[in-house]
Design a protein around this ligand. Structure first.
Ligand code: NIG
Ligand code: FE
Length: 414
């Protein structure tokens, strides 16, 4: 008898534990009338249903691996709804970002709040993410803007990680906004010489990220941080081509970064670079939607050329106050042209690959962490009726952590 069985799902998408790209999409397995048997916090088997201490009747539903949100700006404190309202009246993100607003404002809100306040605020966000099926998420610093404040944010991420059931991983967003009174080069020098070594050596971050944009940093700073990251043995990521084509997508691919994220203005030349690399193209349609950007990433070209495409929420108070991966999947299909199954791949195994965690999460393969989401209806209809909550149940680390109100009758405990 196993501990938990998601029994007799009409469809089950196991993924195979490896990133999916190019031709791989045409041979994806969708199993029919299938169960997932979980033992402790691991997947035991996928196939016929075992007797189990807890059984969830998944008939009529699709079972997918727990969602992996590979790009969030948690931990942060407080929202910036008034900036969003200003944008809806025509103000540009770039203009809010200058002066006291934008990232600088979030840095101030974080600085003015206690550790307990931040942890309570972010604990609620993590709980909301869990109810929507996110069982792994990435966190970033980037609202510190000084060595000490960036490290505080990373230490808060580590404390949050201990309090939530999800698997988490942290990134040092070492260059997000240019700290007042410093030049870009001065801050990046400090980040490379002081911040990153402590973040890496204290195990606070396994990757370094930066924001390449005319209002933030340039490719030369990406190179400087990449050099430091390589010496420290941590991976590189970059916020690339979000508001303009800064060539950061191609740069990331050529320098072997773990990911290039956003990609709204990425050129077709850069698509070829990304497709020829293992750099994950992380698409963040929540930010595009919130900023009402007409420029969309070359999503279909990326998929067709064979890039590893992943999805993330970009959860942050400025450009993406969105924590639901089902909503992100819906946006990816409806506004970026992903097919439903591609979007599920992008939100599970490919997102896990972006984080270097694909051997642990993102697939329902025996031995992997027992994280799964039960979705109402077939996978092809995942974004039909987009305002409907499709998440019937969530399993995180082998535990049934969420059952949708009204679906309690599907649970049998022995
Ligand atoms: O990923 N664009 C840079 N960073 C974030 C937004 C940060 C903020 O506005 O607070 C993003 O969109
Ligand atoms: Fe971001």
């Amino acid at each position: 008898m196993t501990s938990l069985c998601l029994k007799d799902a009409a469809w089950l998408v196991p993924m195979a534990g490896e990133p999916v790209r190019g031709e791989g999409f045409s041979s994806l397995e969708v199993l029919e009338h299938c169960s997932a048997n979980l033992e402790g916090d691991r997947v035991a088997s996928v196939g016929s249903g075992d007797d189990a201490e807890v059984i969830f009747d998944a008939s009529g539903c699709t079972v997918v691996p727990g969602f992996v949100d590979c790009h969030t700006h948690v931990p942060f404190f407080g929202w910036r709804g008034d900036e969003d309202a200003a944008r809806l009246s025509g103000v540009r993100y770039q203009d809010l970002h200058r002066g006291e607003g934008g990232i600088f404002r979030s840095a101030r809100m974080l600085q003015q709040s206690s550790d307990d306040e931040v942890l309570a605020f972010c604990g609620e966000l993590a709980a909301a993410m869990l109810r929507r099926g996110t069982t792994t998420f990435e966190m970033k610093s980037g609202y510190g803007l000084s060595v000490e404040a960036e490290l505080r944010q990373l230490r808060l991420a580590a404390r949050l990680s201990e309090r939530v059931p999800q698997r988490t991983i942290a990134t040092c967003l070492a260059a997000h906004a240019v700290p007042p009174g410093k030049s870009q080069g001065e801050w990046v020098g400090e980040a490379a010489a002081e911040l990153l070594p402590i973040a890496a050596q204290d195990g606070l971050a396994s990757a370094c990220d930066l924001y390449v944009e005319s209002i933030a940093f340039a490719l030369e700073h990406a190179a400087r941080l990449a050099e430091a990251a390589s010496e420290l043995g941590i991976r590189m990521r970059v916020h690339a081509d979000q508001l303009e084509d800064s060539q950061a997508g191609a740069f990331a691919a050529r320098w072997g970064f773990a990911s290039a994220d956003h990609l709204n203005h990425t050129s077709l030349d850069a698509v070829a670079d990304l497709a020829a690399s293992d750099t994950v193209a992380v698409l963040l349609p929540g930010a595009t939607f919130t900023l009402r950007q007409s420029a969309k990433p070359p999503s279909r070209s990326l998929i067709e050329a064979g890039a590893v495409v992943a999805l993330g929420s970009d959860l942050n108070p400025g450009t993406s106050p969105i924590c639901s991966m089902p909503f992100v999947i819906t946006l990816a299909c409806r506004t970026y042209g992903l097919r439903p199954l591609e979007a599920v791949v992008a939100a599970t195994v490919n997102a896990a690959f972006a984080l270097g965690l694909h051997e642990e999460v993102g697939s329902l393969v025996p031995g992997r962490r027992a994280d799964a989401v039960v979705l109402a209806g077939p996978v092809d209809e995942i974004c039909y009726r987009p305002d409907r909550d499709r998440v019937m149940a969530v399993v995180c680390g082998g535990k049934l952590v969420h059952v949708r109100p009204g679906a309690e009758g599907r649970v049998t405990r022995s």
